[in-house]
Design a protein around this ligand. Sequence first.
Ligand code: ZN
Length: 135
Amino acid sequence: MEIINTLLDAALKARKNSYCPYSGFAVGAAVMDDKGNIYSGCNVENAAYGDSVCAERVAMFEAVSEGASNLKYILVAGSPKGDAITDYAYPCGTCRQVMSELMDGDAVIYVAGPEGDIKEYTLEELLPHSFTLKE
Ligand code: ZN
């Protein structure tokens, strides 16, 4: 529970920096490695929509760029900008694929919902039979 609360705080803090003038949907994400280090990110959109990047990937890339490995947990929290979390913002397919590349096989994915509710998934549940070099 402490891990979840720590990740939720970091994700919500990052979410405040979301740059989402096109979708109006603000997302924050936070990753924890096996040493307990936290890395966070928000979605960053672009007028050329395809150049936008999701919060989950920003957080994972931040972790890698800081030298982290063995990413164990990620939490995602998203809703319309300015609102509290009103629904579950599940990772998109691209982020799930990046999770399968960068996160541990037994990684846990948390998705924040209304009123502090948190749903919990394994990578296998969100991306079964993934395309990966991992055994
Ligand atoms: Zn995504």
